[in-house]
Unconditional design. Sequence first.
Length: 145
Amino acid sequence: MRRAILSVLLVFVLGILFQPITAKAAREDDILTLMNDARAQQGLGAVSLDSTLTGVAQTRAEECSSRFSHVRPNGKAWYTVSKSTKAENLAHAVNDAQQKPENVVLAWLLSPSHKANVMRKNCTSVGIAYYQGTNGETYIVCEFN
């Protein structure tokens, strides 16, 4: 019996230490879940991931690695990236803790303008992307319809 309990504990600890490769891919889904939880607490409907907006978010995340701003590297405003996007939230993570979905969403909810985007009543879909720049820092973007 003791051996079985130790085996279960060992598997649990190893599972924590060695996250599966898909753990990083799930970050976008985790951000979506956390945003939808916050929206639900305010009586708002859930938003879903949109592949077009995800592509736009990926473009903007890559752009943010060279210029972290709502102004694009070409000098144009963020919304010129696509006619599909109506609002944008950015995050810049310089360490692992800052890239965790719960910390990204918390930072957005603590900022009045970013929270307003998350809580937009007429928003039905988003695109979310993470991008690691050559400097090792991570850029997270959410594009809203």
